[in-house]
Design a protein around this ligand. Structure first.
Ligand SMILES: Nc1ncnc2c1ncn2[C@@H]1O[C@H](COP(=O)(O)OP(=O)(O)OP(=O)(O)O)[C@@H](O)[C@H]1O
Ligand SMILES: [Mg+2]
Length: 312
């Protein structure tokens, strides 16, 4: 990436609320004892924070409410080095929230995601910020964008010849990206998101089906496709082949943010023109470090930390 360049990340920024019960024997329709924590999240924002921590100049386009949560999100992003000057703060808007119930193991049991505020990232807002598209080096989006916003983003990406990386975010939203697969430089679904994204009958579940799903996405027109399988690892494909990388053995403290750390570190590699297989290893390393950390994005993440831990 040249000195002037920056990555433009467009999508959700909000608060994660995560509850971990003391026992996996939950009692329904009543209150259970456990630990509840909240942190700053949002898929696009998490990716942006990973990029900024890895010293990639990063500009975020998103929307938050004009409330305490919105101020907290903005302050945290700025502290981590993300340029938030273009984030829209919506008067009386409700800052996006991801409410997750974890198992005692730290894995996700179920979540509710409310990013209705993303309707403020609309066509007029994106067109108003067209100059950012003209100057960006690369574009990263999540699937919380409305259909109209997605159409506008790809129109602008084409106008300025920008590579677009996409995180399908969640199975319920991944399908919105289907029409754009041929226009994607990088797409990173997890196993559950592959069904909605590639029209597969069953989600990828093991090495073979994940490799098939990644190849299928490349066949549909994506330049690089990665299918992540959590603690099992990931399959990737591009026009020259692909492969499978096993996840590193780690102690899971909180798996939230693993996928976003993976995507952020892969994009860090790709903007720095490393080989695709090395970018995948950078991603797997960042993700493994992240699951060992309580935070959604490791505050101390750095290029040095990543390369120190890199598995060859
Ligand atoms: N328990 C783990 N141990 C080691 N590495 C892991 C673990 N969980 C995830 N990873 C790494 O992170 C990558 C992405 O994880 P995953 O498939 O869980 O993404 P995701 O479902 O998008 O996660 P997120 O909840 O952050 O969105 C995996 O391919 C793997 O390399
Ligand atoms: Mg994910």
């Amino acid at each position: 990436m040249d000195d002037e360049g920056f990555v433009l990340v467009i999508g959700s920024a909000g608060i994660d609320v995560k509850g971990r019960p003391n026992s996996d024997e939950l009692e329904y329709e009543t209150s259970n004892l456990g630990r509840v924590r909240n942190s700053v999240g949002g898929v696009a924002r998490n990716i942006a924070e990973n990029l900024a921590r890895l010293e990639v100049p990063t500009v975020l386009l998103s929307a938050v409410g004009d409330d305490a949560a919105g101020n907290r999100v903005l302050a945290h992003c700025e502290e981590s080095g993300i340029d938030c000057s273009y984030v829209r703060q919506v008067p009386s808007g409700r800052t996006g929230t991801y409410l997750a119930l974890l198992k005692t193991s730290g894995d996700l049991m179920v979540a509710i995601s409310d990013f209705e505020i993303m309707s403020a990232v609309d066509r007029p807002f994106l067109l108003h910020n067209e100059a950012l598209f003209a100057e960006a080096e690369m574009l990263v989006i999540d699937a919380t964008l409305s259909l109209d916003a997605l159409a506008t983003v790809f129109e602008l990406a084409e106008r300025y010849n920008l590579r677009v990386c996409a995180d399908p975010t969640t199975p319920a939203l991944a399908g919105n990206l289907c029409d754009y697969i041929p226009k994607l430089f990088l797409v990173v679904p997890n196993a559950a998101e592959t069904t909605a994204l590639c029209g597969l009958a069953n989600p990828a579940k093991d090495r073979e089906s994940a490799i098939d799903a990644a190849r299928h996405l490349v066949h549909l027109g994506a330049d690089i496709a990665v299918v992540t399988l959590g603690a099992r690892g990931l399959a990737y494909a591009d026009s020259s082949g692909g492969g499978f990388i096993r996840a590193m053995h780690t102690q899971v403290v909180d798996s939230t943010g693993a996928g976003d750390a993976f995507t952020g570190a892969v994009i860090f590699g790709l903007v720095n023109e490393v080989r695709v297989d090395e970018a995948m290893r950078l991603g797997a390393t960042a993700a493994a470090l992240t699951v060992q950390n309580r935070a959604t994005v490791i505050p101390e993440l750095s290029q040095e930390m990543l390369y120190d831990e890199l598995v060859i």
